[in-house]
Design a protein. Structure first.
Length: 233
């Protein structure tokens, strides 16, 4: 299917150039049309002739039925939606952050910064859809968890450029203006091996509780390095 945005509608066409349907958008000129990765959802943004709100995002089923008018989202006609690969949700840049909307059109999360802090670049979505990362102009990346429906961490990346997740979702990559790409571990267990080599001793039970470290969750290489460091001490 091919979708074309014009005034007052989105035309749906097959690959023979035959019209197979249309979406009657709530706004006037359609600025953006996007398919979810599985093709089951269509997202559109049109401007609003009445002026309030300025942009009218809408979510549609492939059959042409409108699922939701997302007029409560403070977004713009130039906003680019980012879908997770499984089609469970989409991320849409808004005024102060990024809004996460599920396949039914329900807002399930907002990733925002503080006052006068804006989104920088496009959101990054992990390949399994488990996490969303958003870079902000205050030099920090906020990471949101899909399962918990909440922000789970904040990483300081400074004046970073584009961000993305590694293929396994355990590392956040941030491009710097100078050229190098920073790697930030997202699971604390991935830091235990390096930390153990620097520490040179086994943590006391009180320190384990303070840092919320559960030895049972350590990966085998990290656990081995951790125990070796204690033996060497």
């Amino acid at each position: 299917m091919i979708a074309t945005g014009v005034r007052n509608e989105v035309g749906l066409w097959n690959w023979r150039g035959e019209r197979i349907g249309r979406l009657r958008t709530g706004g006037y000129k359609v600025f953006r049309v996007a398919f979810s990765p599985d093709g089951d959802r269509i997202f559109t943004i049109a401007d609003n002739p009445s002026g309030t709100p300025f942009a009218l995002p809408e979510l549609w089923a492939r059959t042409g039925e409108r699922i939701a008018l997302l007029d409560s989202l403070d977004t713009s006609t130039s906003a680019v939606p980012v879908f997770d690969e499984r089609g469970n949700y989409l991320c849409l840049p808004a005024n102060r952050g990024v809004v996460v909307v599920d396949a039914s059109g329900t807002v399930i999360g907002t990733i925002a910064g503080g006052p006068r802090v804006r989104v920088q670049g496009q959101p990054a979505v992990a390949s399994d859809g488990g996490r969303v990362a958003v870079s902000f102009t205050d030099g920090q990346v906020r990471v949101w968890d899909y399962a918990g429906r909440r922000r789970v961490m904040t990483l300081r990346v400074g004046d970073a450029g584009p961000i993305d997740f590694s293929m396994d979702g355990r590392t956040l990559l941030a491009a710097s203006p100078a050229g190098p790409i920073e790697r930030h571990a997202l699971d604390v267990e991935d830091l235990f091996g390096a930390g153990a080599r620097r520490l040179g001793r086994v943590l006391t039970p009180e320190e384990l509780r303070t840092f919320e470290i559960d030895e049972r969750r350590l990966t085998a290489p990290a656990l081995e390095a951790y125990r070796r460091s204690g033996s060497a001490a």
